[in-house]
Design a protein around this ligand. Structure first.
Ligand code: UGA
Length: 443
């Protein structure tokens, strides 16, 4: 099949590449000329394991191409994916400007029966707005063409995006039109082997499913962070509690790690957007507000430990920071807990020596040159001349450091572990003080 994808961000680029990998011909369109030129020559704007080689091989095979020419893109296919960003606007609701602009473009150039697929995370009712926008354009042009708008939300995780896209847990198709449902079934057939992962429902339920999934996952994290805060105060260890509850299959082991709070471009934005949608329809989503509030506070939790350890005397202290990305296996620092921590450290006159395996360019862009920040080439270098170590992102390479070496270099002999990656006993045996999250036994 021929497929057009609007937007070459995470979702658009990964979806387009995986569809090309399955033998489709895919044209990705973006308004960013530099990005399109880069992609055409194999420059991938994001760090995502497995993506670069797949983009290159499919481009070389002639199945994947990039353009800024919207009219060419609309003419290319009768299935048009909308995968552009929906950033939060000032009040937290999703800003649909880009999505509706693409709908307008499709309506302006459409020449045949078309299926428009919403892949972006969009509030309930957006498919109807996309439909209306396209109809208005067709009316203005005085043409009558059949089209349908399908909601097909994406569930990929950064760092695992290619895997999630090639082997999805589920494929949600929201449509009331039998013909569109069959086309989508055919398109996804190669991703849907062994057992049927396709879940067909109405468009509004599909739109809400996406928000519900992210809100549920965010709730699990905030819940565990709340229990961690209780554990700290009652002398219990959240890591023990996690093992204890995860063995119940109704709870499960995944996504119950306490830490410095969730970040990234999805959870904070989507929880707020769902809360905002609820408010607009006169429903106060109390649980969602609490999930966000707990997360905001959690991003300060490690700083509170640091401040307490130093009795507020942080002026002139130097901290080695391991990890800046919002989670491992990505260079993404959007809403990263590291940002909140660094801001707090700088506000009290502390200095930072930071290292992240992938996010150094992001960090350079985010923070620029400043006297209280030294970006280092390795985790070992970050520790040189530092008073204490802070771990914010649980990259695998940080998990087994030489604690003896750390004890020799860190002049204040203390480790603040925002992701509970170390065993407190092991750290303490090396002569270092240890602070984790929710580990009451060591506080
Ligand atoms: C999330 C969802 O997991 C995807 O299913 C969804 O498709 C995506 O958003 C989206 O809407 O596009 P992502 O933002 O890539 O994916 O990141 P996650 O792996 O979900 O992690 C989010 C945050 O939660 C990270 O900061 C991570 O460190 C934190 N986290 C995760 C915890 O603090 N504890 C956990 O147990 C798990």
């Amino acid at each position: 099949m021929n497929i057009t994808i609007f937007g070459t961000g995470y979702v658009g680029l990964v979806t387009g590449t995986c569809l090309a990998e399955m033998g489709n011909h895919v044209l990705c369109v973006d308004i960013d000329e530099a990005k399109v030129a880069g992609l055409k020559s194999g420059v991938i704007p994001i760090y995502e394991p497995g993506l670069e080689s797949m983009v290159k091989s499919n481009t070389a095979a002639g199945r994947l191409d990039f353009t800024t020419d919207a009219s060419r893109a609309v003419a290319f296919a009768d299935i048009q994916f909308i995968a552009v960003g929906t950033p939060p606007d000032e009040d937290g609701s999703a800003d649909l400007r880009h999505v509706l602009k693409v709908a307008e473009t499709i309506g302006q150039h459409m020449e045949r029966t078309t299926i428009v697929v919403d892949k972006s995370t969009v509030p309930v009712g957006t498919a109807d707005r996309v439909r209306l926008t396209i109809s208005e354009q067709l009316t203005q042009r005085g043409v009558s063409l059949e089209f349908d708008v399908v909601s097909n939300p994406e569930f990929l995780k950064e760092g695992d995006a290619v895997k999630d896209c090639m082997r999805p847990d589920r494929i949600i198709i929201g449509s009331e039109n039998q013909r569109s449902i069959e086309r989508m079934r055919t398109l996804y057939a190669p991703f849907n082997r062994n057992h049927d992962r396709l879940v067909v429902m109405d468009t509004r339920s599909a739109e809400l499913t996406k928000y519900a999934a992210n809100a549920m996952l965010a709730t699990k994290i905030s819940f565990m962070n709340e229990i961690a805060n209780i554990a700290e105060r009652v002398g219990a260890d959240i890591e023990m509690v996690r093992h204890g509850i995860g063995s119940d299959p109704r709870i499960g082991y995944s996504f119950i790690y306490a830490g410095v709070g969730y970040g990234g471009s999805c959870f904070p934005k989507d929880v707020q957007a769902l809360e905002r949608t609820s408010r607009q329809i006169g429903y106060e989503a109390k649980l969602l507000s609490a999930v966000e509030e707990v997360n905001r506070a959690q991003k300060q939790r490690l700083f509170q430990h640091i401040s307490r350890h130093y009795q507020g005397r942080l002026q002139g202290k130097t901290f080695a920071i391991w990890g800046l990305a919002f989670k491992p296996n990505t260079d993404d620092m959007r809403e990263a807990p590291s940002r909140a921590l660094l801001a707090s450290l700088w506000s009290v006159g502390a200095k930072v020596r930071a290292f992240d395996p992938e996010a150094m360019d992001e960090a350079r862009q985010a923070f620029g040159e400043r006297p209280d920040l030294q970006l280092c080439d390795s985790s070992d270098e970050a520790v040189l001349g530092a008073d204490a170590l802070i771990v914010i992102t649980e990259w695998k390479q940080f998990r087994s450091p030489d604690f003896g070496r750390l004890a020799a270099h860190l002049s204040d002999k203390v480790v603040f572990d925002g992701r509970n990656v170390f065993e407190p006993d092991v750290v303490e045996e090396a002569g270092l003080a240890y602070y984790g999250i929710g580990r009451g036994r060591s506080v």
